[in-house]
Design a protein around this ligand. Structure first.
Ligand code: ADP
Ligand code: ASP
Ligand code: MG
Length: 430
């Protein structure tokens, strides 16, 4: 029997009615003659609620216990979905990530999957059960502790299961019709993309498009598994994420290169903060000391900017962005080396937003940056930092200007849809 792997996000499982609706969809897939394995997220915004609760109890919760707490959300969903499938006359078995053989490293809160040993899944499938797996969690190979994969990680659970089980495709069911040219919650005129390369999707996900967890796209690319992002609320086809050419003439395929869009989409991100190290002596080795301290605190940086030093002082400023959740740790790590490095101060700014324009066509089309910066200027958006890759331009702006900036850039590149507004079926966007 062909194996189908599906993932249902929290917004598709927000309450009892939604769970029964999803169960019907799973049952139909089983009745159509497939072996079905499903990764589920926690209901609605319940993971955020668990995190809030933990913070009310303990301002900086112990990472091991926070993972224990957060994995409870997915356990609730998996059991309820399995119950609802039973009531439709189909047998189902739920498994935690650990039971399903999702083996990770030991990094609590951001564990990486290092192996999947799906013995219990294949055994259950062999007995004719539908298998429901709790997403976003695993067990550490070395410490044997329960871990989580980072927010949004159920996408990665699903792709990892699809790869381990040899599924042809991994279906990601969510609250929008697929991947759009921008987040439909802030750009109602965003267009659904029928097919997008894994390369472009990686850049969009890395730039804040939370429709797919970044690591799920990396994983799918490594194992050559196409992802089908689609709505759990309609039967419509969604977006195929794959580097393989699609059917002749399909959007984004090689055969259609002449028509291929230059720009895939616009992403935005409000999850980062900016730190400025003020008055750094402009001598060799200072940047190395600063970034070593941040790296030793296990913080991943995003953009980095160093100004030219003022000739009369010989001092310069270095700014960088990082996840807001790492802000406090970074400030502490830098304060600890202030005397040794000799900088004058630190500034922390969490009112910043990042806007990114992504498209493989940037490589060969001059003028993209000119249009981009013109659109931002016309929208009166001041730019604080810039970074680029081969297929992306990103800027940092004031957070309150970000949404307006995204709409302006979307329009400037002709991405606005002619046929009505994008539908957001559920979810709070939290
Ligand atoms: P789920 O609960 O299904 O995991 P998420 O909230 O994680 O759902 O992801 C779906 C959301 O991603 C959409 O509701 C939308 O607001 C947001 N999103 C951001 N960028 C995009 C994009 N380019 N295309 C589609 N959705 C996007
Ligand atoms: N429930 C987890 C989260 O909210 C994982 C997921 O939804 O993918 O981040
Ligand atoms: Mg998600």
């Amino acid at each position: 029997m062909p194996i189908v792997v599906q993932k249902y996000g929290g917004s598709s499982l927000a309450d009892a009615e939604s769970i029964k609706r999803v169960a019907r969809r799973i049952a139909e897939t089983k009745k159509a003659g497939n072996d079905v394995v499903v990764a589920v997220s926690a209901m609605g915004d319940s993971t955020d609620e668990l995190v809030d609760l933990a913070q009310d109890v303990s301002p900086v919760p112990a990472p091991r216990e926070l993972d224990m707490l957060m994995t409870a959300g997915e356990r609730i969903s998996m059991a309820l979905v399995a119950m609802a499938i039973h009531d439709l006359g189909i047998s189902a078995r739920s498994f935690t990530g650990s039971q399903a053989g999702v083996i990770t490293d030991e990094a609590h809160g951001k564990a990486k999957i290092i192996d999947v040993t799906p013995g219990r899944i294949t055994e259950a499938l062999g007995k004719g059960h539908v298998v429901i797996v709790a997403g976003f969690q695993g067990v550490s190979q070395t410490t044997k502790e329960i871990t989580t994969l980072g927010r949004g990680g159920t996408d990665t659970t699903a792709v990892a299961l699809a790869a381990a089980l040899g599924a042809d495709v991994c279906e990601i069911y969510t609250d929008v019709d697929g991947v759009f040219t921008a987040d439909p919650r802030i750009v109602p005129k965003a267009r659904k993309i029928d097919r997008i390369s894994a390369e472009e999707m990686l850049e969009l996900a890395a730039s804040g498009s939370k429709v797919l967890h970044l690591r799920s796209v990396e994983y799918a690319r490594r194992y050559d598994i196409p992802i089908h992002v689609r709505s759990s609320f309609t039967p419509k086809e969604g977006t195929i994420v794959s580097d393989q050419p699609g059917p002749a003439g399909a959007e984004g395929t090689e055969g259609e290169a002449v028509e291929a869009p230059i720009i895939a989409g616009v992403a935005h991100d409000l999850s980062e903060a900016k730190i400025t190290v003020v008055g750094v002596p402009d001598t060799t080795g200072k940047a190395a000391q600063i970034f070593h301290a941040v790296a030793d605190a296990e913080i991943n940086l995003d953009m980095i900017v160093q100004n030219v030093s003022a000739t009369d002082t010989g001092l310069t400023d270095i700014s960088f962005t990082l996840p807001k959740t790492d802000g406090q740790t970074a400030m502490e790590a830098l304060t600890a080396i202030q005397e040794q490095v000799g900088f004058t101060g630190l500034q922390y700014d969490d009112q910043v937003g990042k806007l990114s324009l992504v498209g493989a066509g940037m490589r060969s089309n001059p003028g993209v940056s000119a249009t981009f910066f013109r659109a931002l200027a016309d929208a009166d958006v001041n730019i604080e930092m810039i970074s680029t890759s081969e297929i992306r331009i990103s800027v940092i702006t004031r957070s309150e200007l970000l949404e307006e900036a995204v709409r302006a850039v979307h329009t400037a590149f002709g991405l606005d849809s002619e046929d009505g507004e994008a539908v957001v079926y559920a979810g709070t966007g939290r």
